[in-house]
Design a protein around this ligand. Structure first.
Ligand SMILES: [Zn+2]
Length: 119
């Protein structure tokens, strides 16, 4: 799902879409003419491989994501802010969700068998 930056309004713009096997609900609102706040909740399951035996695991996902999207380069002293820069005037929620999924998948996950062996 994508939204044009200029179409986001100051009131909350509601979002609801599906991506892969996840249901995503959320909202976004304009904080400044070039900064949009995005809040998403992602619920569902993704398939990942156990890092030990490579069995497929159905990993339950229940994640809240909060970040900001900047229209163009983001310049601030505050490096702690989670800001994505966008350069084509379009907020790409698919990409935001994908990068969240990637960061979840980059963690070490063990299947139930391997978890028990480790205990
Ligand atoms: Zn395993």
């Amino acid at each position: 799902m994508k939204i044009e930056f200029k179409k986001v309004i100051r009131d909350n713009t509601k979002l609801s879409f599906k991506q892969n096997s996840l249901s995503i609900d959320g909202k976004c609102k304009k904080l400044t003419p070039s900064l949009v706040e995005v809040k998403l909740s992602m619920i569902g399951e993704i398939e990942i491989d156990c890092v030990r035996c490579a069995n497929t695991i159905d990993l339950g996902i229940d994640e809240n994501v909060e970040l900001k999207v900047c229209d163009g380069y983001f310049e601030s002293e505050d490096k702690d802010l989670d800001v994505i820069e966008c350069f084509d005037g379009i907020i790409d929620f698919d990409q935001i969700v994908n990068s969240e999924i990637e960061s979840i998948m980059s963690d070490y996950h063990y299947c139930n068998n391997c978890k028990q062996e480790g205990e």
